[in-house]
Design a protein around this ligand. Structure first.
Ligand code: ZN
Ligand code: ZN
Length: 280
């Protein structure tokens, strides 16, 4: 069976602090929409889905449940592309009603959105398996913020993606994100950081447009060394050195008397036994 195009699921992070900035947000959203358009315009076999995550919910921006179908455009644009843009903008507006209160949240439900993306890919693969074979990948576009609180959820999604053969590409705007870097490395995706929001569209088009096979032929920037620190289960902070439960492999930043995951007791201070000398 011939390879029939690629399914790309974009997962976009709508961080409340970024959304409340206004100008930067518009750049960010425009870059994502332009990328989605270019990807669809490249080949008729390409398919796309767009998911968004805020601190309150995850939502499909395209395709949506109440999709009305493609309307005839009057401005000469390709109908599908116009429809994708409209759907994304409409759903995005219904999603962001953030107030100053929301700005204190530093973490979005990104790991939940990745899980939904994986489920969607699996469903599409099953639905299309009779007629065609599709390859799939996920692209995460994220503005900086915390992620270590959902450490386990992220790791679970990475391992699932790895098992399914779905690459996870990550484009971060702002500060580096160690956990997502791990995800890209585990699943064979690309990780790149952008410092200026104005550079986001260029980067998306240059680095993330090519599918995994084609990418090997491109001269991409060399990958950074991956920060493989784990987050402790007690405070959800990334630790350089920690204690690991010998029963379930939970990580703790300091010695604990009881494992909170599997309830195993750790005898903290064992009385030292004197070595018994063998009698000759
Ligand atoms: Zn801790
Ligand atoms: Zn344990």
């Amino acid at each position: 069976m011939a390879e029939e195009g690629c399914m790309l699921v974009m997962v976009i992070d709508f961080h409340p602090q970024l959304v409340l900035q206004g100008g930067a947000m518009q750049h960010y959203l425009n870059a994502c929409m332009a990328f989605a358009n270019t990807y669809l315009a490249t080949s008729v076999k390409n398919r796309i889905a767009v998911l968004a995550a805020s601190h309150k919910e995850t939502k499909f921006l395209y395709p949506t449940v109440h999709d009305v179908g493609i309307e005839r455009q009057k401005d000469g644009r390709l109908e599908l592309l116009g429809h994708v843009n409209e759907s994304i903008e409409q759903e995005f507006r219904s999603m962001i009603h953030f107030t100053k209160e929301d700005a204190k949240y530093t973490e979005t439900l990104l790991s939940g959105a990745i899980s939904r993306a994986l489920c969607y890919i699996k469903r599409m693969e099953l639905e299309l398996s009779i007629t065609k074979k599709i390859s799939s990948r996920i692209l995460i576009v994220k503005s900086s913020g915390d992620t270590s609180g959902q450490y386990l959820n992220y790791v679970n999604t990475y391992l699932t993606a790895q098992k399914n053969g779905t690459a996870i590409d990550v484009c971060v705007f702002g500060n580096d994100c160690g956990l997502l870097q791990q995800g890209a490395d585990i699943t064979g995706g690309v990780y790149h950081k952008v410092t200026q929001v104005e550079d986001l569209m260029q980067t998306l088009l240059l680095l993330y447009h090519a599918d995994v096979k084609v990418r090997k032929k491109l001269n991409a920037p060399p990958p950074d060394s991956v920060d493989y620190r784990a987050a402790c289960f007690c405070h959800r902070c990334l630790v350089d050195m920690g204690n690991v439960c010998s029963n379930c492999l939970s990580v703790y930043c300091k010695a604990v008397p009881l494992c909170s995951t599997c309830n195993v007791l750790f005898p903290s201070e064992r009385p030292m036994k004197k070595p018994v000398k063998k009698k000759r």
